[in-house]
Design a protein around this ligand. Structure first.
Ligand SMILES: [Zn+2]
Length: 260
């Protein structure tokens, strides 16, 4: 059993307010340490559950949050393109979302957003609002790989069920408002227990798929953001309104197909 851990920072245990996201704030380095600690707990849980190979990606804000030396040597760091190659070559049996947060516009979601807090207002596929978890899960699903666990805040875990009803969920904290959360005392046990249970049952978890050809649309926060993105797009992208771009994807195979 080969496991891929897709990490993000917002849903990590101990990351309890928006200051942790600011690279100029001392709390940011603490957030990075907490991320490494959570990855190491996840790696140990994967080993306990019988994983042969464990891969992870530093998924927050394009990476640069993880000190590789601090990570358990039994796990291998990957880039987004290496993740894609592993998917294509059958190198992964299941995926875990670690540090997950709810999509943009979620009541009760800690630091709710989808891909970009600044510019993405709403991302939809076939009219269904997407989260980062669902976007990753769709790409995995294209290769028959289930996303088996979501570790993050309560809203992220609850929302994950909308896409994958039988996904295993481990909420490690709860938002008190968009920019603040309260951590759970037993967060580390929740993380490891959820991962072990998910991996012991990974073959039974639903694979997330969507009807194809798929209509992918992105509404930006502002018109100029849409203009800028549209200028980079190829001919198959249409501008639906001032702030929205749309394309049809015959078959979802790559993460890049779902972005603009
Ligand atoms: Zn993030």
């Amino acid at each position: 059993m080969n496991v891929f851990i897709f990490t993000d920072l917002e849903g990590i245990s101990g990351v309890t307010n928006i200051d942790f996201m600011d690279k100029d704030n001392p709390k940011y380095s603490l957030a990075c340490q907490l991320l490494c600690k959570s990855i190491n707990s996840a790696v140990s849980a994967c080993i306990d559950a019988g994983a042969d190979k464990i891969y992870y990606i530093d998924g927050h804000a394009g990476g640069g949050n993880i000190c590789e030396e601090a990570i358990d040597k039994r796990a291998l760091k990957c880039s987004l393109s290496e993740w894609q190659t592993l998917l294509e070559n059958g190198g992964i049996d299941c995926q875990i979302e670690l540090g997950s947060h709810a999509r943009a516009g979620t009541i009760g979601g800690f630091l709710d957003h989808t891909v970009s807090s600044k510019s993405w207002f709403c991302h939809k596929i076939n009219g269904i609002e997407m989260s980062e978890l669902s976007l990753h899960a769709l790409v995995c699903g294209a290769y028959g790989i289930p996303t088996v666990a979501c570790i993050g805040d309560e809203a992220a875990c609850e929302q994950a069920k909308e896409y994958i009803p039988d996904i295993y969920r481990g909420a490690v904290k709860k938002a008190t408002c968009r920019n603040f959360a309260e951590n759970y005392d037993n967060a580390d046990n929740i993380l490891t227990d959820t991962i072990k249970t998910a991996l012991n049952n990974y073959k039974n978890v639903s694979i997330y798929k969507i009807d194809e050809p798929a209509t992918v649309s992105l509404t930006f926060c502002r018109t100029d953001m849409c203009e800028k993105a549209y200028a980079r797009c190829t001919d198959e992208v249409t501008r639906v309104d001032a702030r929205t771009l749309c394309r049809t994807v015959d078959k979802i195979t790559r993460y890049g197909d779902l972005k603009f």
